[in-house]
Design a protein around this ligand. Sequence first.
Ligand code: EPU
Length: 418
Amino acid sequence: MERFVIEGGKALRGEAAVSGAKNACLPIMAASLLIRDVTVIGNVPDLRDVRTMARVLENLGARVKLHDACLEIDTAGVSRWVAPYELVKTMRASYYVLAPLVATMGRARVSLPGGCAIGPRPIDIHIRGLEALNADVLVEHGYVEVKASSLRGNRVNLGGPKGSSVGATIQVMTAAVLAEGTTTIENSALEPEVVDVAGFLNRMGARVSGVGSSRIVVEGVASLRPARYDIIPDRIETGTLAAAAAITRGDVTLTGCNPSHLTAVLSILQGSGFQVDAGPDRIEIAPGEDHQPFQVRVSPYPGFPTDMQAQMVALACTIPGISAMTETIFENRFIYASELMRMGADIRIDQNTAFVTGGSPLTGAQVMASDLRASAALVLAALVAKGETEVSRIYHLDRGYEGLEVKLGRLGAKVRRC
Ligand code: EPU
């Protein structure tokens, strides 16, 4: 199993280019199943999850080619409607094929994703939304099976116990595109990835409006056309690299990013004393001075993203004083804290809040990654820890960060993949 060996203590300097957004790319790849033709997607990150989604599509009969950040998906040969356990268990986003398959073939069968390190992740809101569009949904033998002779537009409220759901909004919006009549989605998620998927659907000839607000309206159309589409920059990779610059007190310029998608994170960095200069598609982070601890409460977009909380907890370890991070979306998302504590971090978890007393030096240790963003937090801590840190199970990182060790290496970090 591959691991990173990181020698800490180097301040990062230079420029790094941000890749395309994983969480927009995966549902857009799935939505290519809405036609039986060729879709071309640009600015595609080369990630393990993207390759897994390609295998899910190939398994259904599609032909997929990835070269130079460009994906070509030919769905002309799609004849199957089942996504098996062997593929879905490695990536829950495989469930995005449900909507386009049922919309075009009248049925879809996808394995239930199963356990997830960051907490329970039910799909009841997806099911409720598809049922509202006239689909029959059966959960049996570990699979969710959706059937519909024809999907029909409806008014759907996707509010859940934790607010709106990114995945359910994308699922229902995608299903509604070819449904008869108009679908109104209340309590839709506002995340930029939802907006990007709608941008792709509209490029194919769909009629989706209201994205970026909590009410999306989809007027069903009879057919769609092939499209070429570029994915937005990954806001979580951007935030992670910004936090890497900050934790090493380095001076880094991030290019090809969209700072307006990251306002909540950048304002915490600024409020904490780091110097952040943002242009339309670049961000420069410099050490600034007199760093202050921070209080953050995770919330859906445009609030502070849950996918950035672990990295900011790592940063808080280097700032004297007590910072607090409250997680509100995924209840087990502090598993990494005990690994950080093995590196000397002073973290106390009280219910869903991590209190971090920062300022004591971190020291290199052998640590184990438990999920994607947790792995990023451990890598960040290792960049400033005294001596060598070994981060094992980095396959989690490879799911969502394209060539992280290469990007960090170019900025002067000492990271080896072993
Ligand atoms: N929820 C339900 N029922 C559902 C769906 C969601 O109760 O049917 C709950 C979830 O358990 C959670 C909350 O609603 O407590 C929000 O979940 P959401 O559906 O918004 O999340 P998701 O679509 O499963 C996406 C990202 C996550 C990111 C979250 C929140 C993808 C593939 N995943 O997940 O990304 O944390 O939105 O922003 O888009 C990551 O990239 O590391 C990652 C975990």
